[in-house]
Design a binder for this molecule. Structure first.
Ligand SMILES: NC(=O)c1ccc[n+]([C@@H]2O[C@H](COP(=O)([O-])OP(=O)(O)OC[C@H]3O[C@@H](n4cnc5c(N)ncnc54)[C@H](O)[C@@H]3O)[C@@H](O)[C@H]2O)c1
Length: 432
C-alpha cells in the first residue's frame, strides 16, 4: 500500500514505526499531513529513509493536493477526533481506503456523512479497536460465545482511569466535547465496542448520568493549589501539584508540543482544574441490548488505580474479568501498580475456577502488535477466529452508546438508538 498519515501527534508514531520497522517490504509511507508545520517537519523527517528523497510533507490545507500528487491507496487518520469524518469522507471520494483511530467520529451528523460516503463509494474504513486484540479479551469472548455460562442476562462493567492517565484528558483538546465527544465517546468507544463484540449484539436503549466532580476549580482549592496558573509551564504552584506535566522531564513531549506552540497555540499542559473544561469525569450508563442483555457501566477518571472490572451474569454461571493496567502516559505521580489480569469462571453448583489467562507482549496488553499484523499483513496471520477487524458499522455501534448517553445526560431521559438512527436517516444495515 501507498500510505499517507494525517495528524502527526503522539499516536501516528505507532502506525509509522510499524510500517517502517515491520512492514516496509509490503508498504510505503508516501506523505504526512498536519495543520502544524513544526510537527509536520518532525514527522516527515522521521518517516523518511536515508538515501531516499524523503517523505512529502503537506499542510492540512493542501490535503487535496496530497491526494492528487501522491496517489495514496490508504489514508491513516490520527487527527483529533472531530476531524476524523472530514478526512474519511475526502479519502473515500478520492478512491482511498482509510485506517482510522478510534473513535470513528463524535456525533450523529458526522456519522451520517461517513456512512453515506461509504455507501456512495464502497470504500472501506478500518477502525483500530486495539483492545479487541489482547489475548485476555479474546478469551472472554471465547468463553461467552461457547455458551459455557449460558445466555448473558446482566453485565456490570467498571472502567477506572487513574490520576495520571485520566488527568491527561483534561489538559488539551479532549477536554471539550466539540473536539472529543467527551469521555463517553472518546474513551468509552473502546469499552462499548468490547461490550458489543463480547455480547455479539448492539445497544438499543441508554440512560446515563454524568458530571464533573474532580477536575474542577474547587478541587485545586481543596488540594491547597489556589493561585495555580492556566498551564503547568510557569505555574506558581507546580512544585506542590501532583498533576504537573513537566516538559523538562520529557524531551519527546517538549519537541512535539512545546516547541510547536508558536505555530498554532496548541497547549499540551493546560491546568486540569480549569473552569472552562466541558467534559464529565464521572459517568454512569444503563444500556439495554438487542440480545435482551442489560449492562451497568461506570467510568471515572480520577481513580487510585487504572483498569477494568467486568462481571457477566449468564443463565448457567458467571464470568468475572479484571485487569489492572499501567499506561505510559506523561505527567502526574503514580507509585505502585503493575499490570495484572485475572478471569474467574463460576458455574452454578460448582466452585469458582481461575482460568489460565493467555498473554503477549506489546502495548495495550499485547494488543497493538497483533492488530498491526492483521492490518498490514493479513495474509501472514492465521484466519481470525475472533472476528476482530472493525469497519464503519462496528465503528458506528461503538460510538452510538456514548452519543446516546450524552443526549441522555442533557435531557434526563432514556434514548432509543434505533429511533435515533431512523430519524437521522443513518442506515447501518445496507450492504457496502
Ligand atoms: N487506540 C488508542 O489506544 C489511542 C491512543 C492514543 C490516541 N488515539 C487516537 O489517536 C488520535 C490522535 O491522538 P493523539 O494523542 O495523537 O493527538 P495529538 O493531539 O497528539 O495529535 C493530533 C495531531 O493532529 C494534528 N491536527 C489537528 N487538526 C488537524 C487537521 N485539521 N488536519 C490535520 N492534522 C490536524 C495536530 O496538529 C496534531 O499533530 C485521536 O483520535 C485519539 O483518540 C488512540
Amino acid at each position: 500500500m501507498r500510505l499517507a498519515i494525517v495528524g502527526c501527534g503522539s499516536r501516528h508514531k505507532m502506525f509509522r514505526d510499524s510500517v517502517m520497522e515491520d512492514y516496509s517490504a509490503l508498504h510505503e509511507i508516501v506523505a504526512v499531513c498536519d495543520t502544524n508545520a513544526h510537527r509536520l517537519g518532525l514527522a516527515a523527517q522521521a518517516a523518511s529513509r536515508p538515501g531516499t528523497n524523503g517523505v512529502a510533507p503537506y499542510l492540512a490545507a493542501d490535503f487535496d493536493t496530497l491526494l492528487t500528487e501522491q496517489k495514496p491507496d490508504t489514508i491513516v487518520v490520527t487527527t483529533p477526533d472531530f476531524m476524523h469524518s472530514d478526512y474519511i469522507v475526502r479519502a473515500f471520494e478520492a478512491g482511498c481506503d482509510v485506517i482510522c483511530e478510534k473513535p470513528m467520529t463524535i456525533d450523529l451528523e458526522r456519522l451520517k456523512q461517513i456512512v453515506d460516503a461509504q455507501h456512495r463509494t464502497g470504500r472501506k474504513v478500518t477502525v483500530t479497536f486495539n483492545y479487541r486484540y489482547s489475548p485476555a479479551r479474546s478469551q472472554v469472548r471465547e468463553v461467552i460465545a461457547s455458551g459455557t455460562i449460558g445466555e448473558i442476562t446482566a453485565v456490570d462493567f467498571r472502567w477506572h482511569l487513574d490520576r495520571v492517565h485520566g488527568a491527561d484528558y483534561f489538559r488539551r483538546w479532549h477536554r471539550q466535547k466539540q473536539y472529543s465527544g467527551g469521555l463517553l465517546v472518546h474513551k468509552s468507544t473502546h469499552h462499548f465496542d468490547l461490550l458489543n463484540w463480547w455480547l455479539d449484539s448492539t445497544p438499543e436503549q441508554v440512560f446515563a448520568t454524568g458530571s464533573r466532580k474532580f477536575y474542577r476549580p474547587e478541587t485545586a482549592v481543596a488540594l491547597g493549589l489556589s493561585g495555580h496558573g492556566p498551564r503547568c509551564a510557569g505555574c506558581p504552584v507546580a512544585d506542590r501539584c501532583d498533576f504537573e506535566l513537566d516538559y523538562s522531564e520529557h524531551d519527546e513531549l517538549r519537541r512535539l508540543y512545546r516547541e510547536a506552540e508558536n505555530d498554532d497555540g496548541y497547549i499540551r499542559d493546560q491546568c486540569v482544574f480549569a473552569e472552562e473544561i466541558g467534559i464529565e469525569d464521572t459517568m454512569q450508563a444503563h444500556i439495554r441490548y438487542a440480545s435482551g442483555a442489560t449492562a451497568n457501566y461506570t467510568l471515572t477518571a480520577y481513580s487510585p488505580w487504572e483498569g477494568l472490572e467486568i462481571r457477566f451474569q449468564g443463565t448457567k454461571g458467571e464470568l468475572v474479568h479484571r485487569n489492572v493496567e499501567v499506561h505510559g502516559v506523561f505527567g502526574g505521580k503514580r507509585s505502585h501498580a503493575e499490570d495484572a489480569v485475572t478471569t474467574e469462571l463460576h458455574l452454578a453448583g460448582k466452585p469458582p475456577q481461575m482460568l489460565d489467562v493467555p498473554s503477549s507482549s506489546g502495548d495495550h496488553g499485547g494488543a497493538d502488535p497483533v492488530m498491526l499484523g492483521y492490518i498490514f499483513n493479513p495474509e501472514g496471520m492465521e484466519a481470525d477466529p475472533h472476528n476482530r477487524a472493525s469497519d464503519h458499522v462496528g465503528g458506528a455501534w461503538s460510538i452510538l452508546t456514548g452519543i446516546a448517553a450524552n443526549m441522555s445526560i442533557d435531557t434526563g431521559s432514556a434514548v432509543d438508538i434505533p429511533t435515533l438512527l431512523r430519524s437521522r436517516g443513518i442506515d447501518l444495515t445496507a450492504a457496502a
